[in-house]
Design a protein around this ligand. Structure first.
Ligand SMILES: O=P(O)(O)OC[C@H]1O[C@H](O[C@H]2O[C@H](CO)[C@@H](O)[C@H](O)[C@H]2O)[C@H](O)[C@@H](O)[C@@H]1O
Ligand code: UDP
Length: 543
Protein backbone atom coordinates (compact mmCIF):
# COMPACT_ATOMS: atom_id res chain seq x y z
CA UNK A 1 0.00 0.00 0.00
CA UNK A 2 1.60 3.31 -1.01
CA UNK A 3 -0.34 6.26 0.33
CA UNK A 4 -0.02 9.47 -1.71
CA UNK A 5 2.88 11.55 -0.32
CA UNK A 6 1.82 14.95 1.01
CA UNK A 7 3.78 16.81 -1.68
CA UNK A 8 4.18 14.74 -4.84
CA UNK A 9 6.72 15.94 -7.42
CA UNK A 10 4.16 16.00 -10.26
CA UNK A 11 0.73 17.48 -10.94
CA UNK A 12 -2.13 15.95 -8.98
CA UNK A 13 -5.88 16.41 -9.30
CA UNK A 14 -8.82 16.28 -6.94
CA UNK A 15 -11.03 14.74 -9.63
CA UNK A 16 -9.75 12.04 -11.96
CA UNK A 17 -11.64 10.14 -14.65
CA UNK A 18 -10.16 6.89 -15.90
CA UNK A 19 -11.41 5.30 -19.11
CA UNK A 20 -9.91 3.04 -21.72
CA UNK A 21 -10.34 5.72 -24.36
CA UNK A 22 -9.28 9.33 -24.18
CA UNK A 23 -11.59 11.92 -25.79
CA UNK A 24 -9.04 12.27 -28.57
CA UNK A 25 -7.31 9.70 -30.76
CA UNK A 26 -3.79 10.15 -32.05
CA UNK A 27 -3.90 10.17 -35.86
CA UNK A 28 -1.50 11.29 -38.59
CA UNK A 29 -2.86 13.19 -41.62
CA UNK A 30 -1.75 12.89 -45.26
CA UNK A 31 1.03 15.48 -44.70
CA UNK A 32 2.46 13.46 -41.81
CA UNK A 33 1.12 15.92 -39.19
CA UNK A 34 -0.19 14.62 -35.86
CA UNK A 35 -3.91 15.33 -35.56
CA UNK A 36 -5.85 14.68 -32.36
CA UNK A 37 -9.18 13.43 -33.61
CA UNK A 38 -12.40 13.11 -31.64
CA UNK A 39 -12.76 9.51 -30.39
CA UNK A 40 -15.75 7.41 -31.38
CA UNK A 41 -18.58 6.32 -29.11
CA UNK A 42 -21.01 7.55 -26.50
CA UNK A 43 -18.70 7.33 -23.50
CA UNK A 44 -16.63 10.21 -24.82
CA UNK A 45 -19.74 12.20 -25.88
CA UNK A 46 -21.08 11.94 -22.33
CA UNK A 47 -17.92 12.57 -20.33
CA UNK A 48 -16.48 15.44 -22.35
CA UNK A 49 -18.86 18.11 -21.01
CA UNK A 50 -18.40 16.78 -17.46
CA UNK A 51 -14.64 17.10 -17.74
CA UNK A 52 -14.83 20.53 -19.35
CA UNK A 53 -16.87 21.75 -16.39
CA UNK A 54 -14.40 20.34 -13.85
CA UNK A 55 -10.71 21.03 -13.44
CA UNK A 56 -9.73 17.38 -13.27
CA UNK A 57 -7.64 14.96 -15.29
CA UNK A 58 -8.69 12.31 -17.78
CA UNK A 59 -6.53 9.18 -17.84
CA UNK A 60 -6.77 6.91 -20.89
CA UNK A 61 -5.29 5.42 -24.03
CA UNK A 62 -4.68 7.53 -27.14
CA UNK A 63 -6.00 4.87 -29.52
CA UNK A 64 -2.65 3.87 -31.12
CA UNK A 65 -0.30 1.13 -29.90
CA UNK A 66 3.26 1.76 -28.88
CA UNK A 67 3.16 5.52 -28.25
CA UNK A 68 3.94 7.30 -25.01
CA UNK A 69 2.99 10.93 -24.39
CA UNK A 70 3.56 13.37 -21.60
CA UNK A 71 0.34 14.72 -20.03
CA UNK A 72 -1.09 17.61 -22.06
CA UNK A 73 -4.14 19.81 -22.34
CA UNK A 74 -6.59 19.46 -25.19
CA UNK A 75 -9.54 21.79 -25.64
CA UNK A 76 -9.76 22.57 -21.93
CA UNK A 77 -9.26 19.01 -20.69
CA UNK A 78 -6.13 17.76 -18.88
CA UNK A 79 -5.12 14.53 -20.57
CA UNK A 80 -2.94 11.86 -18.93
CA UNK A 81 -2.14 9.17 -21.51
CA UNK A 82 -1.54 5.51 -20.66
CA UNK A 83 0.49 3.55 -23.24
CA UNK A 84 -0.54 0.16 -24.65
CA UNK A 85 1.79 -2.07 -26.65
CA UNK A 86 0.68 -3.70 -29.91
CA UNK A 87 0.32 -7.01 -28.05
CA UNK A 88 -1.81 -5.40 -25.36
CA UNK A 89 -4.07 -3.80 -27.94
CA UNK A 90 -4.59 -7.28 -29.38
CA UNK A 91 -5.02 -9.15 -26.09
CA UNK A 92 -6.49 -6.63 -23.64
CA UNK A 93 -8.53 -4.35 -25.96
CA UNK A 94 -9.49 -6.31 -29.09
CA UNK A 95 -9.34 -9.66 -27.27
CA UNK A 96 -10.58 -9.67 -23.69
CA UNK A 97 -12.52 -6.37 -23.79
CA UNK A 98 -14.10 -6.67 -27.22
CA UNK A 99 -14.18 -10.39 -28.01
CA UNK A 100 -14.83 -11.77 -24.50
CA UNK A 101 -16.58 -9.19 -22.32
CA UNK A 102 -18.43 -7.21 -25.01
CA UNK A 103 -20.33 -10.19 -26.52
CA UNK A 104 -20.83 -11.78 -23.08
CA UNK A 105 -22.33 -8.60 -21.63
CA UNK A 106 -24.52 -8.07 -24.74
CA UNK A 107 -26.66 -11.21 -24.49
CA UNK A 108 -24.03 -13.36 -26.31
CA UNK A 109 -25.36 -12.03 -29.66
CA UNK A 110 -21.95 -13.12 -30.93
CA UNK A 111 -20.12 -16.01 -29.21
CA UNK A 112 -17.56 -14.80 -26.64
CA UNK A 113 -14.01 -16.18 -26.84
CA UNK A 114 -12.22 -17.18 -23.64
CA UNK A 115 -8.39 -17.06 -23.70
CA UNK A 116 -6.20 -17.20 -20.59
CA UNK A 117 -3.54 -15.07 -22.28
CA UNK A 118 -6.10 -12.34 -22.96
CA UNK A 119 -7.12 -12.40 -19.31
CA UNK A 120 -3.50 -12.02 -18.18
CA UNK A 121 -3.13 -9.00 -20.43
CA UNK A 122 -6.38 -7.54 -19.02
CA UNK A 123 -4.93 -7.89 -15.50
CA UNK A 124 -1.63 -6.26 -16.50
CA UNK A 125 -3.29 -3.31 -18.23
CA UNK A 126 -5.82 -2.78 -15.43
CA UNK A 127 -2.91 -2.61 -12.98
CA UNK A 128 -1.19 0.00 -15.14
CA UNK A 129 -4.30 2.20 -15.25
CA UNK A 130 -4.70 1.86 -11.45
CA UNK A 131 -1.06 2.80 -10.86
CA UNK A 132 -1.39 5.88 -13.09
CA UNK A 133 -4.55 6.94 -11.26
CA UNK A 134 -2.81 6.40 -7.89
CA UNK A 135 -0.01 8.72 -9.05
CA UNK A 136 -2.13 11.61 -10.28
CA UNK A 137 -4.97 11.63 -7.73
CA UNK A 138 -4.68 14.21 -4.98
CA UNK A 139 -4.91 13.07 -1.33
CA UNK A 140 -8.56 12.28 -0.47
CA UNK A 141 -9.50 12.88 -4.10
CA UNK A 142 -12.20 11.29 -6.22
CA UNK A 143 -11.41 8.81 -8.97
CA UNK A 144 -14.19 7.84 -11.33
CA UNK A 145 -13.41 4.69 -13.33
CA UNK A 146 -15.37 4.01 -16.53
CA UNK A 147 -16.56 0.86 -18.21
CA UNK A 148 -15.99 -2.83 -18.77
CA UNK A 149 -12.40 -2.52 -20.00
CA UNK A 150 -11.31 -1.46 -16.48
CA UNK A 151 -13.32 -3.54 -14.03
CA UNK A 152 -10.28 -4.51 -11.91
CA UNK A 153 -9.08 -0.93 -11.47
CA UNK A 154 -11.27 -0.10 -8.42
CA UNK A 155 -9.81 -3.00 -6.38
CA UNK A 156 -6.18 -2.32 -7.37
CA UNK A 157 -6.61 1.40 -6.78
CA UNK A 158 -8.12 0.85 -3.33
CA UNK A 159 -5.11 -1.31 -2.41
CA UNK A 160 -2.74 1.43 -3.55
CA UNK A 161 -4.69 4.45 -2.25
CA UNK A 162 -7.22 3.72 0.52
CA UNK A 163 -7.66 7.48 1.04
CA UNK A 164 -9.44 7.88 -2.30
CA UNK A 165 -13.16 7.80 -2.94
CA UNK A 166 -13.68 5.55 -5.92
CA UNK A 167 -16.63 5.40 -8.32
CA UNK A 168 -17.19 3.02 -11.20
CA UNK A 169 -19.69 3.40 -14.03
CA UNK A 170 -20.55 0.56 -16.41
CA UNK A 171 -21.63 1.96 -19.79
CA UNK A 172 -22.76 -1.37 -21.20
CA UNK A 173 -25.35 -3.81 -19.83
CA UNK A 174 -24.47 -6.10 -16.92
CA UNK A 175 -25.61 -9.59 -17.91
CA UNK A 176 -27.93 -11.92 -15.99
CA UNK A 177 -26.24 -14.44 -13.66
CA UNK A 178 -26.79 -17.36 -16.09
CA UNK A 179 -24.72 -15.60 -18.75
CA UNK A 180 -22.17 -13.87 -16.48
CA UNK A 181 -21.39 -17.26 -14.86
CA UNK A 182 -19.84 -18.46 -18.13
CA UNK A 183 -16.86 -16.18 -17.50
CA UNK A 184 -13.95 -18.23 -16.08
CA UNK A 185 -12.77 -15.18 -14.09
CA UNK A 186 -16.19 -14.11 -12.85
CA UNK A 187 -15.33 -13.86 -9.12
CA UNK A 188 -12.21 -11.81 -9.89
CA UNK A 189 -14.26 -9.35 -11.93
CA UNK A 190 -16.80 -8.96 -9.11
CA UNK A 191 -14.04 -8.44 -6.52
CA UNK A 192 -12.45 -5.89 -8.86
CA UNK A 193 -15.64 -3.86 -9.15
CA UNK A 194 -16.35 -4.05 -5.43
CA UNK A 195 -13.20 -2.00 -4.80
CA UNK A 196 -15.41 0.99 -5.69
CA UNK A 197 -17.61 2.90 -3.22
CA UNK A 198 -20.38 3.38 -5.78
CA UNK A 199 -20.94 1.16 -8.82
CA UNK A 200 -23.24 2.78 -11.37
CA UNK A 201 -25.22 1.06 -14.10
CA UNK A 202 -27.39 2.31 -16.95
CA UNK A 203 -30.60 0.45 -16.02
CA UNK A 204 -32.15 -0.87 -12.82
CA UNK A 205 -32.00 -4.38 -14.34
CA UNK A 206 -28.23 -4.12 -14.74
CA UNK A 207 -27.80 -3.22 -11.06
CA UNK A 208 -30.04 -6.16 -10.03
CA UNK A 209 -28.09 -8.55 -12.27
CA UNK A 210 -24.86 -7.41 -10.64
CA UNK A 211 -26.15 -7.72 -7.05
CA UNK A 212 -27.53 -11.19 -7.79
CA UNK A 213 -24.15 -12.31 -9.17
CA UNK A 214 -22.42 -10.99 -6.04
CA UNK A 215 -24.87 -12.86 -3.79
CA UNK A 216 -24.62 -16.13 -5.65
CA UNK A 217 -20.95 -16.19 -6.60
CA UNK A 218 -19.36 -14.44 -3.60
CA UNK A 219 -22.00 -15.05 -0.92
CA UNK A 220 -22.03 -11.39 0.22
CA UNK A 221 -25.18 -9.91 1.74
CA UNK A 222 -27.07 -7.45 -0.46
CA UNK A 223 -29.96 -5.16 0.46
CA UNK A 224 -30.84 -2.98 -2.51
CA UNK A 225 -28.91 -0.79 -3.29
CA UNK A 226 -26.23 -1.87 -0.80
CA UNK A 227 -23.68 -4.66 -0.86
CA UNK A 228 -21.75 -5.50 2.33
CA UNK A 229 -18.18 -6.41 1.44
CA UNK A 230 -16.34 -8.22 4.28
CA UNK A 231 -13.08 -6.50 5.28
CA UNK A 232 -10.21 -7.09 7.74
CA UNK A 233 -10.44 -3.71 9.37
CA UNK A 234 -11.32 -3.27 13.02
CA UNK A 235 -12.54 0.27 12.37
CA UNK A 236 -15.03 -0.88 9.73
CA UNK A 237 -18.71 -0.94 10.61
CA UNK A 238 -20.46 -4.11 11.82
CA UNK A 239 -23.09 -5.73 9.62
CA UNK A 240 -26.31 -7.23 10.97
CA UNK A 241 -24.53 -10.58 10.87
CA UNK A 242 -21.78 -9.15 13.10
CA UNK A 243 -19.12 -9.04 10.37
CA UNK A 244 -16.79 -6.13 9.64
CA UNK A 245 -17.94 -4.77 6.31
CA UNK A 246 -17.44 -1.96 3.84
CA UNK A 247 -20.72 -0.82 2.32
CA UNK A 248 -20.84 -0.45 -1.47
CA UNK A 249 -23.71 1.11 -3.41
CA UNK A 250 -24.78 -0.55 -6.68
CA UNK A 251 -27.56 1.28 -8.50
CA UNK A 252 -28.63 2.76 -11.81
CA UNK A 253 -27.74 6.24 -13.04
CA UNK A 254 -28.94 6.51 -16.67
CA UNK A 255 -26.36 8.48 -18.65
CA UNK A 256 -27.32 11.36 -20.91
CA UNK A 257 -26.02 14.08 -23.22
CA UNK A 258 -25.34 17.80 -23.17
CA UNK A 259 -28.93 18.35 -24.33
CA UNK A 260 -28.77 22.16 -24.41
CA UNK A 261 -25.51 22.02 -26.39
CA UNK A 262 -27.13 19.80 -29.03
CA UNK A 263 -30.20 22.02 -29.20
CA UNK A 264 -28.04 25.11 -29.56
CA UNK A 265 -26.28 23.56 -32.57
CA UNK A 266 -29.63 22.64 -34.10
CA UNK A 267 -30.79 26.26 -33.95
CA UNK A 268 -27.84 27.53 -36.01
CA UNK A 269 -28.93 28.68 -39.48
CA UNK A 270 -25.91 27.10 -41.19
CA UNK A 271 -26.72 23.69 -39.70
CA UNK A 272 -30.37 24.01 -40.72
CA UNK A 273 -29.19 24.89 -44.24
CA UNK A 274 -26.98 21.82 -44.23
CA UNK A 275 -30.00 19.68 -43.22
CA UNK A 276 -31.93 20.99 -46.24
CA UNK A 277 -28.95 20.31 -48.45
CA UNK A 278 -28.80 16.70 -47.21
CA UNK A 279 -32.44 16.16 -48.15
CA UNK A 280 -31.93 17.70 -51.57
CA UNK A 281 -28.88 15.49 -52.13
CA UNK A 282 -31.11 12.48 -51.48
CA UNK A 283 -33.55 13.60 -54.19
CA UNK A 284 -36.06 15.04 -51.70
CA UNK A 285 -37.83 11.79 -50.82
CA UNK A 286 -41.05 12.22 -48.85
CA UNK A 287 -39.55 10.48 -45.82
CA UNK A 288 -35.94 10.28 -44.68
CA UNK A 289 -35.27 7.45 -42.25
CA UNK A 290 -31.97 7.63 -40.38
CA UNK A 291 -29.79 5.07 -38.60
CA UNK A 292 -26.54 6.11 -36.86
CA UNK A 293 -24.38 3.51 -35.18
CA UNK A 294 -20.86 2.30 -34.72
CA UNK A 295 -20.63 -0.67 -37.08
CA UNK A 296 -21.36 -3.15 -34.28
CA UNK A 297 -23.39 -6.39 -34.24
CA UNK A 298 -25.21 -5.19 -31.12
CA UNK A 299 -26.88 -2.35 -33.04
CA UNK A 300 -29.26 -4.47 -35.15
CA UNK A 301 -28.26 -2.81 -38.44
CA UNK A 302 -28.98 -6.06 -40.32
CA UNK A 303 -32.48 -6.25 -38.82
CA UNK A 304 -33.41 -2.73 -39.87
CA UNK A 305 -32.12 -3.31 -43.41
CA UNK A 306 -34.10 -6.51 -43.66
CA UNK A 307 -37.27 -4.71 -42.59
CA UNK A 308 -36.68 -1.79 -44.97
CA UNK A 309 -35.75 -4.11 -47.86
CA UNK A 310 -38.93 -6.15 -47.33
CA UNK A 311 -41.09 -3.01 -47.32
CA UNK A 312 -39.65 -2.15 -50.74
CA UNK A 313 -40.07 -5.73 -51.94
CA UNK A 314 -43.70 -5.85 -50.72
CA UNK A 315 -44.46 -2.60 -52.54
CA UNK A 316 -45.54 -0.95 -49.29
CA UNK A 317 -42.79 1.63 -49.91
CA UNK A 318 -40.98 2.97 -52.95
CA UNK A 319 -37.61 4.74 -53.09
CA UNK A 320 -39.36 8.00 -54.04
CA UNK A 321 -41.34 7.71 -50.82
CA UNK A 322 -38.56 6.77 -48.44
CA UNK A 323 -34.77 6.62 -48.24
CA UNK A 324 -32.85 4.97 -45.43
CA UNK A 325 -29.66 6.87 -44.55
CA UNK A 326 -27.32 4.60 -42.61
CA UNK A 327 -24.20 5.98 -40.95
CA UNK A 328 -22.08 3.04 -39.83
CA UNK A 329 -18.99 4.51 -38.22
CA UNK A 330 -15.86 2.32 -38.26
CA UNK A 331 -15.28 0.39 -35.04
CA UNK A 332 -12.92 -2.34 -33.76
CA UNK A 333 -11.96 -3.16 -37.30
CA UNK A 334 -9.44 -5.88 -36.50
CA UNK A 335 -11.92 -8.02 -34.50
CA UNK A 336 -13.22 -10.84 -36.72
CA UNK A 337 -16.89 -10.50 -35.78
CA UNK A 338 -16.75 -6.83 -36.84
CA UNK A 339 -15.07 -7.64 -40.16
CA UNK A 340 -17.74 -10.29 -40.91
CA UNK A 341 -20.50 -7.86 -40.01
CA UNK A 342 -19.14 -5.20 -42.35
CA UNK A 343 -19.02 -7.67 -45.25
CA UNK A 344 -22.56 -8.79 -44.57
CA UNK A 345 -23.99 -5.28 -44.29
CA UNK A 346 -22.24 -3.97 -47.36
CA UNK A 347 -23.45 -6.96 -49.36
CA UNK A 348 -27.00 -6.29 -48.18
CA UNK A 349 -26.80 -2.58 -49.06
CA UNK A 350 -25.49 -3.46 -52.51
CA UNK A 351 -28.28 -5.96 -53.09
CA UNK A 352 -31.09 -3.68 -51.93
CA UNK A 353 -29.77 -0.74 -53.94
CA UNK A 354 -29.20 -2.96 -56.95
CA UNK A 355 -32.80 -4.18 -56.80
CA UNK A 356 -34.67 -0.97 -55.95
CA UNK A 357 -32.62 2.22 -56.57
CA UNK A 358 -33.52 4.38 -59.57
CA UNK A 359 -31.37 6.90 -61.45
CA UNK A 360 -32.72 9.66 -59.21
CA UNK A 361 -33.34 7.88 -55.89
CA UNK A 362 -31.28 5.52 -53.85
CA UNK A 363 -32.82 3.02 -51.41
CA UNK A 364 -30.10 3.01 -48.76
CA UNK A 365 -27.61 5.85 -48.55
CA UNK A 366 -24.78 4.07 -46.72
CA UNK A 367 -21.79 5.82 -45.12
CA UNK A 368 -18.92 3.92 -43.50
CA UNK A 369 -17.58 7.04 -41.89
CA UNK A 370 -17.38 8.93 -38.58
CA UNK A 371 -18.87 12.44 -38.80
CA UNK A 372 -18.28 15.50 -36.62
CA UNK A 373 -21.04 16.63 -34.29
CA UNK A 374 -22.29 19.47 -36.54
CA UNK A 375 -22.93 17.00 -39.37
CA UNK A 376 -24.65 14.61 -36.95
CA UNK A 377 -27.01 17.39 -35.89
CA UNK A 378 -27.77 18.29 -39.53
CA UNK A 379 -28.54 14.62 -40.21
CA UNK A 380 -30.89 14.45 -37.22
CA UNK A 381 -32.68 17.58 -38.45
CA UNK A 382 -32.97 16.12 -41.95
CA UNK A 383 -34.52 12.87 -40.69
CA UNK A 384 -38.27 12.38 -40.36
CA UNK A 385 -37.71 9.08 -38.58
CA UNK A 386 -34.83 7.96 -36.36
CA UNK A 387 -34.49 4.20 -36.36
CA UNK A 388 -32.71 2.63 -33.37
CA UNK A 389 -32.91 -1.16 -33.52
CA UNK A 390 -30.21 -2.28 -31.07
CA UNK A 391 -30.41 -5.93 -30.03
CA UNK A 392 -28.84 -4.88 -26.74
CA UNK A 393 -27.32 -1.49 -25.88
CA UNK A 394 -26.16 0.07 -22.62
CA UNK A 395 -27.97 3.36 -23.32
CA UNK A 396 -27.80 4.59 -26.95
CA UNK A 397 -27.08 8.29 -26.88
CA UNK A 398 -28.01 8.69 -30.55
CA UNK A 399 -31.68 8.31 -29.54
CA UNK A 400 -31.31 11.13 -26.98
CA UNK A 401 -29.40 13.35 -29.40
CA UNK A 402 -32.17 13.05 -32.01
CA UNK A 403 -34.74 14.15 -29.45
CA UNK A 404 -32.57 17.01 -28.16
CA UNK A 405 -32.13 18.59 -31.59
CA UNK A 406 -35.83 18.43 -32.57
CA UNK A 407 -36.80 21.83 -31.17
CA UNK A 408 -39.49 21.90 -33.88
CA UNK A 409 -41.17 19.09 -31.85
CA UNK A 410 -41.39 17.05 -35.04
CA UNK A 411 -39.84 13.72 -36.05
CA UNK A 412 -40.55 10.18 -34.85
CA UNK A 413 -38.19 8.06 -32.76
CA UNK A 414 -38.45 4.29 -33.27
CA UNK A 415 -36.55 2.76 -30.38
CA UNK A 416 -35.61 -0.81 -29.54
CA UNK A 417 -36.89 -1.96 -26.17
CA UNK A 418 -33.43 -3.53 -25.67
CA UNK A 419 -31.62 -0.19 -25.58
CA UNK A 420 -31.14 1.32 -22.12
CA UNK A 421 -32.77 4.52 -23.41
CA UNK A 422 -36.11 2.68 -23.71
CA UNK A 423 -36.49 2.74 -19.90
CA UNK A 424 -36.80 6.53 -20.04
CA UNK A 425 -38.06 7.34 -23.54
CA UNK A 426 -41.44 5.67 -23.21
CA UNK A 427 -43.10 8.00 -25.74
CA UNK A 428 -40.98 6.64 -28.56
CA UNK A 429 -42.43 3.91 -30.78
CA UNK A 430 -40.91 0.96 -28.94
CA UNK A 431 -40.02 -2.13 -31.00
CA UNK A 432 -38.64 -5.62 -30.66
CA UNK A 433 -36.08 -5.64 -33.51
CA UNK A 434 -36.18 -9.45 -33.72
CA UNK A 435 -39.82 -9.18 -34.81
CA UNK A 436 -39.26 -8.11 -38.42
CA UNK A 437 -43.02 -8.03 -39.16
CA UNK A 438 -43.61 -5.78 -36.16
CA UNK A 439 -40.67 -3.58 -37.14
CA UNK A 440 -42.07 -3.14 -40.68
CA UNK A 441 -45.46 -2.16 -39.30
CA UNK A 442 -43.88 0.31 -36.90
CA UNK A 443 -41.89 1.95 -39.71
CA UNK A 444 -45.15 2.35 -41.68
CA UNK A 445 -46.90 3.69 -38.60
CA UNK A 446 -44.16 6.29 -38.17
CA UNK A 447 -44.35 7.30 -41.84
CA UNK A 448 -48.13 7.70 -41.67
CA UNK A 449 -48.32 9.30 -38.20
CA UNK A 450 -50.30 12.60 -38.21
CA UNK A 451 -48.31 15.68 -37.22
CA UNK A 452 -50.41 16.21 -34.08
CA UNK A 453 -49.39 12.79 -32.71
CA UNK A 454 -45.76 13.30 -33.66
CA UNK A 455 -45.69 16.59 -31.77
CA UNK A 456 -47.34 15.12 -28.66
CA UNK A 457 -44.81 12.31 -28.51
CA UNK A 458 -41.79 14.48 -29.27
CA UNK A 459 -42.78 17.02 -26.59
CA UNK A 460 -42.88 14.28 -23.96
CA UNK A 461 -39.54 12.88 -25.12
CA UNK A 462 -37.92 16.30 -25.08
CA UNK A 463 -39.00 16.96 -21.50
CA UNK A 464 -37.15 13.80 -20.41
CA UNK A 465 -33.99 14.50 -22.36
CA UNK A 466 -33.72 18.21 -21.54
CA UNK A 467 -34.44 17.72 -17.84
CA UNK A 468 -32.17 14.71 -17.42
CA UNK A 469 -28.99 15.82 -19.08
CA UNK A 470 -25.41 14.69 -18.61
CA UNK A 471 -24.60 17.30 -15.94
CA UNK A 472 -27.46 15.94 -13.84
CA UNK A 473 -26.17 12.40 -14.38
CA UNK A 474 -22.69 13.26 -13.12
CA UNK A 475 -24.05 15.34 -10.23
CA UNK A 476 -26.23 12.46 -9.07
CA UNK A 477 -23.39 9.98 -9.27
CA UNK A 478 -20.99 12.24 -7.35
CA UNK A 479 -23.66 12.93 -4.78
CA UNK A 480 -24.03 9.19 -4.20
CA UNK A 481 -20.26 8.96 -3.77
CA UNK A 482 -20.32 11.73 -1.18
CA UNK A 483 -23.14 10.00 0.73
CA UNK A 484 -21.27 6.70 0.92
CA UNK A 485 -18.29 8.12 2.78
CA UNK A 486 -19.85 10.56 5.24
CA UNK A 487 -17.34 12.71 7.03
CA UNK A 488 -14.78 11.92 4.37
CA UNK A 489 -13.63 15.07 2.62
CA UNK A 490 -14.12 14.78 -1.12
CA UNK A 491 -12.15 17.05 -3.39
CA UNK A 492 -14.32 16.68 -6.50
CA UNK A 493 -15.78 19.92 -7.83
CA UNK A 494 -19.10 18.93 -9.45
CA UNK A 495 -19.76 22.10 -11.42
CA UNK A 496 -22.45 21.90 -14.05
CA UNK A 497 -22.33 22.61 -17.74
CA UNK A 498 -24.71 25.37 -18.85
CA UNK A 499 -28.09 23.80 -19.31
CA UNK A 500 -31.60 25.10 -19.48
CA UNK A 501 -34.47 22.65 -19.16
CA UNK A 502 -37.63 22.45 -21.22
CA UNK A 503 -39.33 24.32 -18.39
CA UNK A 504 -36.72 27.06 -18.64
CA UNK A 505 -34.96 26.15 -15.39
CA UNK A 506 -31.31 25.45 -14.88
CA UNK A 507 -31.89 21.81 -13.91
CA UNK A 508 -28.35 20.54 -14.08
CA UNK A 509 -27.07 23.53 -12.24
CA UNK A 510 -29.54 22.82 -9.46
CA UNK A 511 -28.61 19.16 -9.29
CA UNK A 512 -24.95 20.00 -9.31
CA UNK A 513 -25.42 22.64 -6.66
CA UNK A 514 -27.25 20.18 -4.44
CA UNK A 515 -24.34 17.82 -4.80
CA UNK A 516 -21.90 20.62 -4.15
CA UNK A 517 -23.58 21.45 -0.84
CA UNK A 518 -22.99 17.93 0.34
CA UNK A 519 -19.46 17.80 -0.90
CA UNK A 520 -16.68 19.96 0.44
CA UNK A 521 -15.53 21.56 -2.74
CA UNK A 522 -11.86 22.17 -3.13
CA UNK A 523 -10.15 23.38 -6.27
CA UNK A 524 -7.89 20.79 -7.79
CA UNK A 525 -4.28 21.74 -8.41
CA UNK A 526 -3.92 23.00 -11.94
CA UNK A 527 -2.01 21.17 -14.61
CA UNK A 528 1.15 22.55 -16.11
CA UNK A 529 0.93 21.17 -19.60
CA UNK A 530 1.95 22.02 -23.12
CA UNK A 531 -0.30 24.43 -25.00
CA UNK A 532 -3.65 23.10 -26.09
CA UNK A 533 -3.38 20.17 -28.47
CA UNK A 534 0.41 20.49 -28.66
CA UNK A 535 1.47 17.24 -27.02
CA UNK A 536 4.50 15.66 -28.60
CA UNK A 537 5.31 11.97 -28.29
CA UNK A 538 8.15 11.60 -25.78
CA UNK A 539 9.10 8.11 -26.87
CA UNK A 540 8.02 5.00 -28.67
CA UNK A 541 7.44 2.15 -26.29
CA UNK A 542 6.42 -1.45 -26.07
CA UNK A 543 4.87 -0.94 -22.71
O1 LIG B 1 -13.83 2.71 -27.57
P1 LIG B 1 -14.43 1.86 -28.65
O2 LIG B 1 -14.04 0.42 -28.50
O3 LIG B 1 -14.16 2.41 -30.03
O4 LIG B 1 -16.01 1.89 -28.50
C1 LIG B 1 -16.74 3.11 -28.33
C2 LIG B 1 -17.49 3.12 -27.02
O5 LIG B 1 -18.56 2.17 -27.15
C3 LIG B 1 -19.30 1.85 -25.99
O6 LIG B 1 -20.25 2.87 -25.64
C4 LIG B 1 -21.20 2.70 -24.58
O7 LIG B 1 -21.34 3.89 -23.88
C5 LIG B 1 -22.41 4.77 -24.26
C6 LIG B 1 -22.46 5.92 -23.25
O8 LIG B 1 -22.72 5.45 -21.96
C7 LIG B 1 -23.74 4.02 -24.28
O9 LIG B 1 -24.78 4.91 -24.71
C8 LIG B 1 -23.64 2.85 -25.25
O10 LIG B 1 -24.85 2.09 -25.20
C9 LIG B 1 -22.47 1.95 -24.87
O11 LIG B 1 -22.31 0.96 -25.90
C10 LIG B 1 -18.37 1.49 -24.87
O12 LIG B 1 -19.10 1.19 -23.70
C11 LIG B 1 -17.33 2.55 -24.61
O13 LIG B 1 -16.42 2.12 -23.60
C12 LIG B 1 -16.55 2.76 -25.89
O14 LIG B 1 -15.60 3.80 -25.73
O1 UDP C 1 -20.37 9.47 -37.33
C1 UDP C 1 -20.64 9.49 -36.13
C2 UDP C 1 -21.38 8.47 -35.49
C3 UDP C 1 -21.65 8.60 -34.14
N1 UDP C 1 -21.21 9.67 -33.44
C4 UDP C 1 -21.51 9.81 -31.99
O2 UDP C 1 -21.16 8.62 -31.32
C5 UDP C 1 -22.00 8.47 -30.19
C6 UDP C 1 -22.60 7.08 -30.16
O3 UDP C 1 -23.06 6.82 -28.87
P1 UDP C 1 -24.09 5.70 -28.54
O4 UDP C 1 -24.34 5.75 -27.09
O5 UDP C 1 -25.30 5.83 -29.39
O6 UDP C 1 -23.39 4.33 -28.96
P2 UDP C 1 -21.91 3.72 -28.71
O7 UDP C 1 -21.18 3.97 -30.00
O8 UDP C 1 -21.30 4.43 -27.57
O9 UDP C 1 -22.14 2.28 -28.47
C7 UDP C 1 -23.07 9.55 -30.27
O10 UDP C 1 -22.72 10.61 -29.40
C8 UDP C 1 -22.98 9.99 -31.73
O11 UDP C 1 -23.36 11.34 -31.95
C9 UDP C 1 -20.49 10.67 -34.06
O12 UDP C 1 -20.12 11.67 -33.43
N2 UDP C 1 -20.22 10.55 -35.39
Amino acid sequence: MSDQPDRPDHETYGFVVVSNRLPVDHTVDDDGQVVWQHSPGGLVTALEPVMRANDGAWIGWAGKPGLTFEPFENDGINIVPVPLSEEEVQCYYEGFSNDTLWPLYHDVISAPTFHRLWWESYVTVNRRFAERAAEVAEKDGVVWVQDYQLQLVPQYLRELRPDLTIGFFNHIPFPPLGIFSQLPWREKILEGLLGADVIGFQRADDASNFSRSVRHLLGYATTRPYIDVPVDDESASLSRRGRRVRRVVAKHFPISIDSAGFEELARRPEIQARAREIREGLGNPKTVILGVDRLDYTKGIRHRMKAFGELLADGRLSVEEATLVQVASPSRERVEAYMDLRDEIELTVGRINGDYATMSHTAISYHHHGYPREEMVALYLAADIMLVTALRDGMNLVAKEYVAVRHDNDGVLILSEFAGAADELRSALLVNPHDIGGLKNTIMRAIEMPRRDRVTRMRALRRRVLDNDVARWSAKFLEALADVRPGHRIAAPPKSSSTVTSSGQASSAQAAEAAAHRIAVRTASSASAPASGSAAPSSETNA
